[in-house]
Design a protein around this ligand. Structure first.
Ligand code: FBP
Length: 554
């Protein structure tokens, strides 16, 4: 590891808080089983696919007595995008396993799921774990996006795990990785391996949440980092009074991150993709709403402002969705059109080709788009050959379109509304931040709790720590069957079982609170400057949770 900063050194000594039941009983807490569960939808189909893990009861840990547990060998992977706190999940898991039996071993498989498949691992020991306690990043064992979903891959995992005498695999990941964990758990039963599979809910996006998983880890820290940056920009905007800042925020499809940052900072506008979709708001309408806001603020001598834009917006705009679908289909590799398109020498030729082949409405939407957006729509594909929607610079697209409207407005009215802009994209700035106290505690508890689930012999569960809007001593620990979160979805031409993604709900408190305040925030300077995450100091400053969580659990 590189040299550590004084803050990191102080932070290394932080002892994360645990739910009272785990503090009292350690990983020997007693599992108390609830009633049989069912999946959120498509019960018959899910039951058929997961005959042994479907219907498992939810588990709640209660006080338990120390008992003799054999030494366990456990494999752990980090899967997908980085999220603050991942190292603490591993540290909690490690401490819990050692408490169960000091001879237990934890193997970190390297680079995500591919490490399990290709048998790349390292044995984690005290020195490694101690070096990474309470740090951000996933660099202890690194992560990856290989999908662990095919029987051939599972078979390799079995061979590799058997060679090390692995009793359980812990998959720390988002909805896709935990979907795969669910499939792997059933596969391990089918093949009578006795290897348990436990999931942990990770993603800054906040879209792996439901009645039992109140939040995925990383959301708290990442949104605090973005909100700090947004607050700094707001203060700059309010000081210089000459720029409109358009800020795109990571979060993939869901707008949870944008919404939380809006609640924390009170921007002049924040677009929520789920609202755009439900109310069928066109791109033109979004742009005119922003244009009118710029004009209105200009009339009050406020030629500045801050606009938040969720990463996934493009997919939710009604007229862009069919356009993207047609581009995905018509340019797919192996099709006649796709092969002709791919053979073209440069982007100019590709744009002309696509304009000659797009149909009716989609052509009308594509044609007026700025050239850089056309190029991004036609540029690199994802591994499935689809448009990489997240790479489209929506913040710049909106700026260009508002600019054109303002120009037309100034021309038609003789006014001189100024619209000078700055574009930003925040995502990587927050994914590896040192975890907030909340994420440090929550992650450690999730990992420690996973060791208790393993010690109890369970498989096909997600580590669940609940009641987390309260102080940690009131948190509840347990496990939720992965099958409980599943439904069937149509993906890449097939109906497949997946964990249901949580999008922003327009009738829930976080959105309603935002909607009730946004007009006031639009026209005034009501900015809030949250400042940096604090690790040492009063609990009301250092341990506060996100506003989303507070509003949802109020
Ligand atoms: P996960 O769902 O895997 O946690 O990813 C989170 C995320 O940060 C998204 O917000 C973002 O769209 C994506 O990862 C970017 O990933 P990459 O850096 O691999 O392109």
């Amino acid at each position: 590891m590189s040299q550590i900063s004084p803050l990191q050194a102080a932070r290394a000594t932080y002892q994360p808080k645990l739910p009272a039941v785990l503090s009292a009983s350690g990983p020997f807490a007693k599992p108390v089983f609830g009633k049989a569960t069912k999946s959120v939808a498509d019960q018959a189909a899910i039951k058929k696919l997961f005959p042994d893990t479907y219907g498992l009861p939810a588990v709640k840990f209660e006080k338990g007595a120390k008992r003799k547990v054999k030494a366990l060998n456990v494999a752990v992977i980090l899967s997908g995008g980085q999220a603050p706190g991942g190292h603490n999940v591993i540290a909690g898991l490690y401490d819990g396993l050692k408490a169960l039996n000091a001879q237990s071993k934890l193997y970190g498989f390297l680079g995500g799921p591919s490490g399990l498949i290709d048998n790349k691992y390292m044995l984690l020991d005290d020195a490694i774990i101690d070096a990474y306690r309470n740090t951000g990043g996933f660099d202890m064992i690194c992560s990856g996006r290989t999908k662990l979903e095919k029987p051939e891959q599972f078979d390799k995992v079995i061979v590799n795990c058997k060679a090390l005498g692995i009793n359980a695999i812990v998959i720390i990941g988002g909805d896709d990785s935990n979907t795969n964990a669910c499939v792997l758990a059933q596969y391990m039963i089918d093949k009578k391996t006795g290897i348990q599979v436990i999931g942990c809910p990770k993603t800054i996006d906040g879209d792996l949440k439901n009645e039992w998983i109140e939040v995925s880890f990383g959301f708290d820290t990442a949104t605090k980092v973005y909100s700090e940056l947004i607050g700094n920009i707001m203060r700059d905007a309010n000081s210089a009074r000459k720029y409109w800042h358009f800020i795109k925020l990571m979060g993939r499809s869901a707008s949870h991150i944008a919404l939380e940052c809006a609640l924390q900072t009170h921007p002049n506008a924040c677009i929520i993709s789920e609202e755009v979709q439900q109310k069928n708001i066109s791109l033109n309408q979004i742009v005119w709403d922003l244009t009118n806001l710029v004009i209105k603020r200009a009339s009050k001598k406020m030629n500045f402002g801050v606009v938040l834009i969720p990463e996934g917006l493009i997919e939710f705009v009604p007229e862009l969705n069919p356009l993207i679908a047609e581009l995905n289909d018509s340019m797919a590799e192996g099709t006649e059109l796709g092969d002709q398109f791919n053979a073209l020498p440069d982007m100019d030729a590709k744009i002309k080709f696509v304009e000659a082949h797009l149909k009716g409405d989609n052509l009308a939407v594509f044609k007026p788009l700025p050239t850089f957006v056309k190029a991004q729509l036609l540029g690199d594909r994802d591994p499935h050959g689809n448009v990489q929607v997240s790479k489209i610079e929506t913040e710049k697209l909106l700026i260009a379109m508002v600019e054109a409207n303002i120009k037309a407005y100034n021309g038609a009215t003789g006014n001189n509304v100024k619209f000078s802009t700055q574009a930003h994209f925040f995502g990587y700035e927050g994914r590896c931040a040192a975890p907030s106290n909340f994420d440090a505690d929550y992650c450690y508890a999730l990992g420690y709790n996973a060791s208790a689930l393993i010690g109890a012999g369970l498989t096909g569960y997600m580590s669940s720590v609940r009641n987390i809007s309260k102080s940690a001593d009131k948190w509840e620990a347990g496990g939720i069957p992965l099958t409980m979160m599943m439904n069937m979805e149509h993906r890449h031409g097939k109906d497949v079982p997946v964990i249901k993604k949580a999008l922003v709900e327009l009738d829930a408190k976080p959105f309603k609170t935002f909607a009730a305040n946004r007009d006031k925030w639009a026209e005034e300077v009501d900015f809030v400057y949250p400042g940096p995450i604090q690790y040492f100091g009063p609990a009301e400053v250092c341990d506060r949770t996100t506003l989303t969580l507070q509003l949802e659990r109020a």
